[in-house]
Design a binder for this molecule. Sequence first.
Ligand SMILES: *[C@@H]1O[C@H](CO)[C@@H](O)[C@H](O)[C@H]1NC(C)=O
Ligand SMILES: *[C@@H]1O[C@H](CO)[C@@H](O)[C@H](O)[C@H]1NC(C)=O
Ligand SMILES: *[C@@H]1O[C@H](CO)[C@@H](O)[C@H](O)[C@H]1NC(C)=O
Ligand SMILES: *[C@@H]1O[C@H](CO)[C@@H](O)[C@H](O)[C@H]1NC(C)=O
Ligand SMILES: *[C@@H]1O[C@H](CO)[C@@H](O)[C@H](O)[C@H]1NC(C)=O
Ligand SMILES: *[C@@H]1O[C@H](CO)[C@@H](O)[C@H](O)[C@H]1NC(C)=O
Ligand SMILES: *[C@@H]1O[C@H](CO)[C@@H](O)[C@H](O)[C@H]1NC(C)=O
Length: 446
Amino acid sequence: MLPLLCIALSLLPLASCVDLEVGDKESVCAAATLIIDGIMDYYEGTRYGGTVGMFQEPYYWWEAGEVFGGMLDTWYFCDNDTYEDIIYDAILAQRGTGNSFMPQNQSLTEGNDDQGFWAFVAMGAAERNFTNPPSDKPGWLALAQGCYNTMWARWETASCDGGLRWQIFTWNSGYNYKNTISNACLFNIAARLARYTGNDTYAETAKTIWTWITDVQFATLTDDSYSVYDGANVDNNCSTLESTRWMYNYATLMAGCAYMYNYTEEESWQTEVGRLFSGMSIFLTDNVLYERQCQTSKTCNNDQRSFRSIASRFLGATARLVPAYSDQIMEVIDDSATGAAASCSGGSDGHTCGMDWSAGDWDGVYGLGEQISALEVIQNTLVMSKPGPFDNSTGTSEGNVDEGLGYDSTSNPHKITVTGKDKAGAGVATVVALGIVIALGVWMIV
Ligand SMILES: *[C@@H]1O[C@H](CO)[C@@H](O)[C@H](O)[C@H]1NC(C)=O
Ligand SMILES: *[C@@H]1O[C@H](CO)[C@@H](O)[C@H](O)[C@H]1NC(C)=O
Ligand SMILES: *[C@@H]1O[C@H](CO)[C@@H](O)[C@H](O)[C@H]1NC(C)=O
Ligand SMILES: *[C@@H]1O[C@H](CO)[C@@H](O)[C@H](O)[C@H]1NC(C)=O
Ligand SMILES: *[C@@H]1O[C@H](CO)[C@@H](O)[C@H](O)[C@H]1NC(C)=O
Ligand SMILES: *[C@@H]1O[C@H](CO)[C@@H](O)[C@H](O)[C@H]1NC(C)=O
Ligand SMILES: *[C@@H]1O[C@H](CO)[C@@H](O)[C@H](O)[C@H]1NC(C)=O
């Protein structure tokens, strides 16, 4: 489907819009090229004085992780190494001194979920057999293990009988909240480490996390279909669920179950995949993905506008790993990709992507979130034509089971020592951040 504007423009010699033939590699990769052009408009790392691995304001550090994870898949799906150095440099620059994606200068923004999104980049690099760093630097697998070790050390049974808090650091607002995405990130990483390394300790952890998520009813089963809620406060022992439903929570959990199924071949994990996928039907109009919580009301914030990116990546991963659901999931990806491509017909370049994938044309909304979401859903139309994730028999990534262990005092966030000066600064920043959060609508808790 070509939007009318796109047809008209394509008659002009210079204009180029995203013209997609679903599943055709050449067409998909040409679309990806145009969309990444738009992504690079926001990239700081190649500008004078810019930080490698960061996008310009207002895009947070975590979203950079989401974007590099998407571009890494373009490298793989399209066999195109144009951005290899940029991705490679970004991962190494942001890995932090503890090799677990906790750069100290992000301690005012970084929550467990933020760390998790960078863990996905590292794990993805191992699973895509991405060009390895030299031996004096940690391997991609080791970086993912660094995230796993630091995150799992924060698992806390004192409240809610388990779970990770949203925030790592006590001074950040949201510290008293246990949210689904932080726990889904660790679940997903643990499942993937199990499959990649064959080490059952990771699978045991994944099982513990999944059991907790269902016990505490962040994922609530009704009629063979899950509803996944955002999280709950520790102050009343997680007894009141925050009821917003975001598609990335579903998809991150679903892919975790898919990896577990693919690794263990246990029927029960495939059943969970089916129940989560069935729950995701609330995010579809005519089989096209939309962010029901905020899209229709046009109230999605910058973070939320990117959620379909990671959701598309994990839909693709699930299709690849669980053959029983491949066809159904690919229909959603293909129909959504067609709609997304039609939305990429705006802006001064003629191929800026929009938010509404059902409009058949650009809806006037633009940003890094729209670009990366379109990129991931479009390139995942190729997921079945490529081999699935590498593991230790096919891949080449160096691991280190002890990476991140004992790093700083992150194994117990309560013990992190903050000097008086930092504390004051952090307090001010949090107040400022809170003001922004209140003004724009809170990032996940309403
Ligand atoms: C690789 O990607 C670059 C930039 O996105 C693009 O200019 C180039 O045409 C692509 N190469 C191939 C062979 O598709
Ligand atoms: C923050 O820390 C990272 C990693 O240690 C570093 O690459 C970056 O230059 C620092 N500065 C900014 C502004 O992000
Ligand atoms: C994986 O990466 C290694 C090292 O870069 C390379 O030699 C090998 O050919 C790659 N394997 C595949 C299947 O691409
Ligand atoms: C807190 O909730 C968990 C389950 O979610 C329950 O097992 C535990 O007994 C509760 N603790 C208190 C003090 O209510
Ligand atoms: C590779 O994975 C297999 C199982 O998938 C496991 O038995 C083996 O120990 C692993 N080897 C290494 C070197 O991690
Ligand atoms: C696991 O995933 C691979 C693709 O990576 C697929 O070929 C295989 O059939 C899957 N295994 C199971 C048990 O479904
Ligand atoms: C398996 O992973 C656990 C958890 O990181 C680690 O303690 C253990 O040494 C690993 N086992 C092997 C054989 O690598």
